[in-house]
Design a binder for this molecule. Sequence first.
Ligand code: EPU
Length: 343
Amino acid sequence: MKIRENVPISKLTTMRLGGKARYVIEIEEDKDLAEAYHFAAEKKLPTYILGSGSNVIGRDGGFKGVVFVNKLHGIYVIDSDPDRIRLCAKSGELLDDLVEYSVKLWNGESYGYSGIEALSKIPGTVGAGPVQNVGAYGQEVKQTLHSVCVYDCRDNCFKHMMADELDLGYRHSIFNTGDGVGRYFITSVTVELHKHWLKPPFYTSLQAYFDERGVKEFTPQVVRDAVAEIRAGKLPDPKDFASSGSFFKNIYLNKKQTKEAKAKGIPVWDGGKVPSGWLIENAGLKGKEFYGMRVSDKAALILINESAKSYADLAKARQAVIDIVYEKFGYTLEQEPMELGDE
Ligand code: EPU
């Protein structure tokens, strides 16, 4: 178990902002967890779990606590029958590596199991998947999640939890709400995949991609490659640009609100989703820069840190976007990534 001191959060997160974390511990094996939580408890310090830092923004005051960086690795087939398979991945694996593994597995007839192929190229670890029920291009973790193993730092023991105990919703779970925040370290995730290919209709932009190219065979690999190409065209790679993916959540309306929005010409998708990217773009903000943060010119839901010096700059930029969108459309945007540390 490696312990480092006074590590800038900006170096651990893809938005590249934030002051120092007092301690950082790399968790390499499950058995490190009891010792790591004991270390924090002895020092009476709070803890925070980071995967690859692609959905967490560091604040300027730093974190007077212990950051656990998840380095748990391994992907295993744990159960299969002719139609389906269960894969267990340690939570520090990259989600995209699990997807890659699943689309290349022989299923008895052809290569590839289906269920998570549309989650290709999402930056982030497997463990982050259930925390905010990661979703993209028509799939979300909830649809294939079987169970998770966690270390419960309240009861000081490992537990196995079934997917239906996790209250999974849009960017929501027991892990990011109420008493569950900070209580569990997810050590592994089990997904149940099947060998039947996905069928149209697909998520709008994916369907358009297939229609343009006349694609008719939707093997998991074909879907993975399509999603990878769509994402590469508009979502900044954290290696090249400092960002946290979608910076704002989409907005969900009830039936009455949907009617009112449609009457005003605002697009509302099935399930009452108003694409916040549309609101930001139609408020004239695409490509605009505020306090060193730029609204992506390819996908307006994304803020790119071009030259912001601090979290304070980001907070001012965030408020500018929220205010302009509110003034134009009357909706208050909410931030999607989580935050770490003191302002
Ligand atoms: N749109 C615009 N202008 C834009 C961007 C979007 O008008 O600049 C409108 C368009 O109507 C478009 C619609 O918004 O058809 C939806 O856009 P897109 O398919 O790009 O998805 P999104 O709603 O912006 C969500 C997730 C993404 C995920 C995509 C694809 C959230 C907060 N974001 O974005 O997840 O990749 O769907 O499924 O739900 C992330 O969470 O970090 C993330 C990237």
